[in-house]
Design a protein around this ligand. Structure first.
Ligand code: FAD
Ligand code: DHB
Length: 390
């Protein structure tokens, strides 16, 4: 089988790249190990930056996001029993949309299939060959048959545990990593929203986050031991913990409901450089991970593939390689900014077991500053809504 661009992984990065290339008349094939049902139902991110919304809209896949997603103009920071609003739109002129990642996936899969795009689901034994040649290939098994996909370029959009990143030899790669000593316990709840905007809460018992999915389904998280088991958490224990961490002196109350999904995620910061080797390029979680506090992971994946689609278009239209050659350098500028912001938001809002009273007082001082200084609030806001593309 031949194509121009072989894409490994049908997450937001791989599917959007395939669609952006299609819009520029460039052929691609997407290989995915999981089933369509599985990728369309895995619960993950929820916050889309303004720039991500604009890209999805311009790519013709924004209709459902616009009608079913919720446009938010602010967020709240809660600490010391009080809530403080950060007015994102007033501070930056930009906003965010809360729209689940698996809904973005559904929209992208539908758009690819409507355009006769090729996505091969349930592939296995995926391996990459010849990345230092002009005709790399991907070997895999599909429907029991060994197959080869020969292409001009291979793009690894296969997430943190994928096979693409290790194809760049250790001797040429440098990885940067920080693993946090806590995780997030996430729940999905049948109830009305408790708040019109997201609430990020700092509390001595740990972080909590109130988010939403729809008028009838809510998404909440709280800091937990990453090695804990969801079975240790009865619904009553979860509500009790959330009520305590979100207690507020202004009468605001968290609305309870039927919890129908529970999961625990670990948290890490990770960057692998370079993001390319020969004809292999990495995008999204395959190259970098952020802790979820800043809501940046999916947005960074979108920013990476935007760059790749522009560079590949330039290559096929004008034979120019400049965008491709500079891909790592250009992408990493945004990646490191988001890494810093995500680390900073995480440090600002979580409980660190080993924090001294001095460090705890510094954390509170910084929170007070962010909600009282327009300059400090603007730093948070402009990073949260997403910096403009270069
Ligand atoms: P993935 O979504 O991981 O997709 C990779 C795909 O490749 C998968 O479908 C996988 O099955 C497939 N694959 C793997 N190996 C192979 C192989 N060998 N061959 C073929 N296919 C393969 N980000 C935000 O922007 N905002 C948020 O609010 C946010 N909240 C989050 C909350 C949680 C609880 C979690 C877990 C993450 C959150 N993120 C958030 C991060 C976001 O979900 C990821 O950054 C995003 O999914 C990255 O997209 P991706 O396409 O790079 O990788
Ligand atoms: C959601 C996830 C995040 O990581 C975040 O910072 C805000 C909201 C969510 O899943 O809704």
């Amino acid at each position: 089988m031949n194509t121009l661009v072989a894409i490994i992984g049908a997450g937001p990065a791989g599917l959007l790249l395939s669609h952006l290339l299609y819009l520029k008349g460039i052929d691609s094939v997407v290989l995915e190990t999981r089933t369509r049902e599985d990728i369309e139902s895995t619960i993950r991110a929820g916050v889309l930056e303004q720039g991500t919304m604009d890209i999805l809209e311009a790519a013709g896949v924004g209709a459902r996001m616009r009608s079913e997603g919720a446009l938010h103009h602010g967020i709240e920071l809660a600490f010391g029993g009080k809530r403080h609003r950060i007015d994102l739109s007033e501070l930056t002129g930009r906003a965010i949309t809360v729209y689940a990642q698996h809904e973005v996936i559904k929209d992208l899969v539908a758009a690819r299939l409507a355009a006769d795009g090729q996505i091969l689901f349930e592939v296995s034994d995926v391996s990459v060959h010849g990345i230092d040649s002009e005709q790399p290939s991907v070997h895999f098994t599909h429907e029991g048959q060994p197959q080869q996909l020969i292409a001009d370029f291979v793009i690894g959009c296969d997430g943190f545990h994928g096979i693409a990143r290790p194809c760049i030899p250790d001797t040429l790669r440098r990885d940067y990593q920080r693993i946090y000593p806590f995780g997030w316990f996430g729940i999905l709840v049948e109830s009305e929203p408790s708040s019109e905007e997201l609430i990020y809460a700092q509390h001595e018992r740990g972080f909590a986050l109130i988010s939403t999915r729809s008028p009838t389904v809510q998404r909440h998280y709280f800091q937990c031991d990453p090695k804990d088991d969801v079975d240790n958490w009865s619904d009553d224990r979860i509500w009790s913990e959330l009520h305590t961490r979100l207690e507020s002196s202004d009468g605001w109350k968290l609305k309870e409901g039927k919890i129908f999904q529970k999961n625990i995620i670990g948290m890490r910061s990770f960057v692998s450089t370079p993001m390319q080797q020969g004809r292999l390029f990495l995008a999204g979680d395959a190259a970098h991970i952020v802790p979820p506090t800043g809501a940046k992971g999916m947005n960074l994946a979108v920013a990476d593939v935007r760059l790749l689609s522009l560079a590949l278009d330039e290559f096929y239209k004008d034979g120019k390689q400049g965008g491709l050659e500079k891909y790592t350098e250009t992408a990493l500028k945004r990646v490191w900014r988001a890494e810093h912001f995500s680390w900073w938001m995480t440090s600002l809002l979580h409980r660190f077991e080993d924090a001294t009273p001095f460090q705890q007082a510094l954390q509170r001082a910084e929170l007070e500053y962010v909600v009282s200084s327009r300059a400090a609030a603007t730093v948070l806001a402009e990073n949260y809504v997403g910096l403009p593309f270069a």
